[in-house]
Design a protein around this ligand. Structure first.
Ligand code: GAL
Length: 697
C-alpha cells in the first residue's frame, strides 16, 4: 500500500517525489452524474489530483442526522477519482470558508451553549472532534495507506487570518487541533493553509505564490512548497459585476510558481459549479462559476485548454523538476529572470518576465527571446515549448446560452398570504416586546421570517418620512396595511461590523397617515457569514438575521409588541413540490405580473439536447427556484453596480457592470424527468413571460 510523506522538495508517494497539479472540484457543487466527466476532463487537462473541501454544514444540517447521499456522497466521488487514477487532497476543515453557508460549520452550532467558534473553547472542540472522528471513519478506506486516493488532508483553514484575534487562546487551539488531527491516524501528512503549526505542512493561498517562496523556504527549509489555492478567477456577489481573470495571467502565475521552486499547486476552483439550495454564504450568487477552467456547467473553457498545454509540459518534465534542487534564478534584467532545471540529460528552463506593463527582449543561451509582459517562456531541452501569454487559436472556445425549443408552458400563480391573512400558521407565532433576531427561531431552515407590529402614528407624525430599522439583516420587504411599500437597496456590503450601528441600519422613505397601521416586515436572509471578519471584530457565533433593534419613524422611536413568524406558508406546505396540489393556482397572468410574494409555476418537456440547461430569469427580481421539488438556489437579478475590493485588482477584472450579476441558473440534468415542474417564489415582483429555458452550446 502506498505510503505518503514529503521531503524538502516535494510530496513523496512510495518514496518517489511527485509533482502535484491539482484542481478543486467541490462535490456538493455539482451532481453525481457530472462527477465522472468533470474528473475525466481534469485528467485530460493534465491534472493528477483533485482537491475538495468536506462540507460539515451540509452533511449534518441537523445535529446527529447525517446525510451522505446524492451530491453529498463523498465516497462515490472518491471512488471515481480512484478509478481514474487521480490523487485526492481532502481539506476537512471542518471550518472551510469556501463561500459556503457559515463557512462550512453547521448553523445549529450557533445554538450550542457557551460556544465560540475556532478557538480554545470546549463546546466547539467537542463538536468538532465528534464530527472529525465520524468523517475520518467514513473515509478511512480512502486514505492512501489503506489503498485509497487521498494523499494529503487539511485541518482548519487560513487560521493565519484570524490568529491575532485570539492570541494565546488561539495558539492553544492550534496545538489542540493538531493533536486531534494526529490522533485520527489517517496515515497521510496533514496540511494547514495560510497559518501553520508544528506537525503540519503550512501551505500557500494567493493569486501569485512565487513572491512568497523565499520567506517560505527560510521558515520551512525541510518542507516542500505547496500552493493549496491558486485562484484562477474569483467568486461573485449579488449586486456586484462578474469577476474574471485572464487565462494568460493564470498560466503565468502557475508557471512562475514551478519556476521558483514550488512542486504542488491546486487551482481553487478548477470547477466552481453551483451553490444549490441555500448553500451559499452571505451574498454569494447561486453560480459559483468562479471563472474557473471548467465552467459552472462542467464544460471546458479557453482557460482550461490553455492551462492544459502548460500542464503537459510540467508533467513531462516533472522528474527533471522534482529531482533537482530549487533553481537559483539568474537575473537578466530588473524584472526578468531565468530558472534552469537539469537532470539526467534533460532540461527545463523558465524565462520569466515579471513586468506587468512592458514586453522585453532578452538574450539567453545565445538566442534572443521576446517576452510579453507577465509571461513565462518554457524551454524544454533547448526547444521553446510555450509562452504563457500566447493562446493557441485552436484552444479558444466560445459558448453562449441559447433558447430551447419548445420552451416553458404558460406560468400559473398563487400569492403567499401576508401573516395576517394566513390560515392557522404551522408554527405558532412568537409574541415579544421587542424584535428578536430570527436564527434562534428558524435555525436557518428557511431564509424567511415575518415581523409584524401595530403602529400608532400621531397627527404630528403624519406625512412623508424615513422609517429606520436599526439592527436588521439582510434584505427586508416592508408592507404597510398589506401594501408593499419598500425594499432594501442593493448592493449590500460583503463585510459589515456589528459594533458599528450604521452597518446594520436600513432606512426607507415612505408616507404614513395618522392612525393605526399594521407594519409587516419580511426579513430575508441571504446566507450566513463565512468568517469572523464579516461581522467586524466578533466571533462567528454572533451571526444574526432578521430584526433585533429599534424602529424609528422620522427619528422618533416607535414602541410596539411584535409578532414574529418564521417561514412562509408556501414553504410549510411545500407548494414547490407535492404540496402544489394544496393551493389554487390561477392562470390570469396580467393580474399577477409585478405582484410581490408571488409563487409561479410552470412545466416543460425534457429538451432533446444533451447540452447543459439553464433558466434565464430575466424579468424576475429576487427569490428562490425549484426544479421538480429540488431547490436550484436563490435568485436575484440585482444589477452589478458595487465596486470590487482593491486588492483583487492585482489579478481580477470585472465584466457586465450594471447588468444582473447572475441571469442564468443551472438546471442539473440529473434532476430532470420527462415532464418537469418549475416553481419560483418571487419576493418583490416579476414578469415570468420573459423567463426562458436555455441550453449552453
Ligand atoms: C480563501 C479561502 C477559501 C475561499 C477563497 C475565496 O481565503 O481559504 O475557502 O473562501 O478564499 O474563494
Amino acid at each position: 500500500m502506498p505510503s505518503v510523506s514529503y521531503d524538502h522538495r516535494a510530496v513523496t508517494v512510495d518514496g518517489k517525489r511527485t509533482l502535484l497539479i491539482s484542481g478543486a472540484i467541490h462535490y456538493p457543487r455539482s451532481t453525481p452524474g457530472m462527477w465522472r466527466s468533470l474528473m475525466e476532463r481534469s485528467k485530460e487537462a493534465g491534472l493528477n489530483a483533485i482537491e475538495t473541501y468536506v462540507f460539515w454544514n451540509l452533511h449534518e444540517r441537523q445535529r446527529g442526522v447525517y446525510d451522505f447521499s446524492d451530491r453529498l456522497d463523498l465516497r462515490r466521488f472518491l471512488d471515481i477519482a480512484q478509478e481514474l487514477g487521480l490523487y485526492v487532497i481532502l481539506r476537512i476543515g471542518p471550518y472551510i470558508c469556501a463561500e459556503t453557508n457559515y463557512g462550512g460549520l453547521p448553523a445549529w452550532l450557533r445554538d450550542v451553549p457557551g460556544i465560540q467558534m475556532r478557538t480554545d473553547n470546549e463546546p466547539f472542540l467537542r463538536e468538532k472532534e465528534r464530527w472529525l472522528r465520524l468523517l475520518c471513519d467514513y473515509v478511512r478506506p480512502y486514505f492512501a495507506p489503506n489503498g485509497g486516493p487521498i494523499i494529503l488532508a487539511q485541518i482548519e483553514n487560513e487560521y493565519g487570518n484570524i490568529a491575532w484575534r485570539y492570541g494565546e487562546e488561539g495558539e492553544r487551539y492550534l496545538k489542540r487541533i493538531v493533536e486531534m488531527a494526529e490522533s485520527l491516524q489517517v496515515g497521510v501528512p496533514w496540511v494547514m493553509c495560510k497559518g501553520g503549526a508544528p506537525g503540519v505542512i503550512e501551505t500557500l493561498n494567493a493569486f501569485y505564490a512565487h513572491p512568497l517562496l523565499d520567506d517560505y523556504f527560510a521558515k520551512y527549509p525541510d518542507k516542500p512548497a505547496l500552493w493549496t489555492e491558486h485562484w484562477p478567477g474569483w467568486y461573485d456577489l449579488w449586486g456586484y459585476p462578474h469577476n474574471r481573470r485572464t487565462p494568460e495571467n493564470v498560466a503565468y502565475a502557475a508557471a512562475r510558481f514551478f519556476a521558483a521552486g514550488g512542486t504542488g499547486m491546486n487551482y481553487y476552483m478548477w470547477h466552481g459549479g453551483t451553490n444549490f439550495d441555500r448553500d451559499g454564504s452571505f451574498l454569494q450568487t447561486t453560480s459559483y462559476d468562479y471563472d474557473a477552467p471548467l465552467d459552472e456547467y462542467g464544460l471546458p473553457t479557453t482557460k482550461m485548454y490553455h492551462l492544459a498545454r502548460l500542464h503537459r509540459i510540467l508533467q513531462d518534465y516533472a522528474p527533471v523538476l522534482v529531482n533537482s534542487e530549487r533553481a537559483t534564478p539568474e537575473r537578466l534584467q530588473e524584472k526578468v529572470s531565468v530558472y534552469a532545471y537539469q537532470q539526467e540529460g534533460r532540461s527545463l528552463v523558465f524565462l520569466c518576465n515579471d513586468d506587468t506593463e512592458g514586453a522585453v527582449r532578452v538574450s539567453y543561451g545565445g538566442r534572443r527571446y521576446e517576452l510579453p509582459p507577465q509571461s513565462v517562456t518554457l524551454i524544454g531541452d533547448g526547444r521553446v515549448l510555450m509562452n504563457t501569454a500566447h493562446i493557441e487559436p485552436r484552444d479558444v472556445v466560445e459558448r453562449r446560452m441559447r433558447p430551447c425549443e419548445p420552451n416553458l408552458a404558460p406560468f400559473q400563480w398563487w400569492v403567499e398570504p401576508l401573516p395576517d391573512g394566513a390560515p392557522t400558521p404551522l408554527h405558532p407565532p412568537i409574541l415579544t416586546d421587542k424584535p428578536v433576531e430570527q436564527l434562534q427561531f428558524t435555525q436557518d431552515q428557511t431564509d424567511y421570517c415575518w415581523y409584524v407590529a401595530k403602529l400608532m402614528i400621531l397627527p404630528h407624525q403624519e406625512g412623508r418620512g424615513v422609517l429606520e430599522l436599526q439592527g436588521v439583516a439582510d434584505v427586508v420587504h416592508l408592507f404597510v396595511d398589506s401594501q408593499f411599500v419598500a425594499t432594501t437597496a442593493s448592493p449590500l456590503p460583503e463585510n459589515r461590523n456589528l459594533d458599528d450601528p450604521e452597518s446594520f441600519t436600513q432606512r426607507f422613505e415612505l408616507t404614513l397617515t395618522a392612525g393605526e397601521h399594521t407594519l409587516a416586515i419580511l426579513c430575508c436572509a441571504v446566507g450566513l457569514i463565512k468568517g469572523d471578519w464579516m461581522l467586524g471584530e466578533r466571533n462567528m457565533v454572533d451571526e444574526r438575521k432578521g430584526f433585533w433593534g429599534n424602529l424609528l419613524w422620522r427619528g422618533e422611536p416607535l414602541h410596539a409588541p411584535w409578532r414574529i413568524q418564521p417561514g412562509l406558508q408556501g414553504e410549510h406546505c411545500r407548494v414547490y413540490a407535492e404540496g402544489s396540489a394544496l393551493v389554487r393556482w390561477e392562470s390570469s397572468l396580467e393580474v399577477a405580473r409585478g405582484k410581490p410574494l408571488c409563487w409561479w409555476k410552470t412545466t416543460f418537456e425534457r429538451p432533446k439536447t444533451n447540452a447543459p440547461l439553464a433558466l434565464d430569469l430575466s424579468g424576475m427580481t429576487k427569490g428562490i427556484a425549484w426544479l421538480n421539488g429540488r431547490c436550484i438556489g436563490r435568485y436575484w437579478l440585482a444589477p452589478g453596480t458595487g465596486n470590487p475590493e482593491e486588492w483583487l485588482l492585482q489579478a481580477v477584472y470585472q465584466e457586465g457592470e450594471g447588468l444582473p450579476t447572475q441571469r442564468y441558473y443551472h438546471l442539473p440534468s440529473d434532476w430532470l424527468t420527462e415532464r418537469n415542474l418549475l416553481v419560483l417564489f418571487e419576493e418583490v415582483g416579476g414578469d415570468p413571460t420573459q423567463v426562458r429555458l436555455c441550453y449552453r452550446g
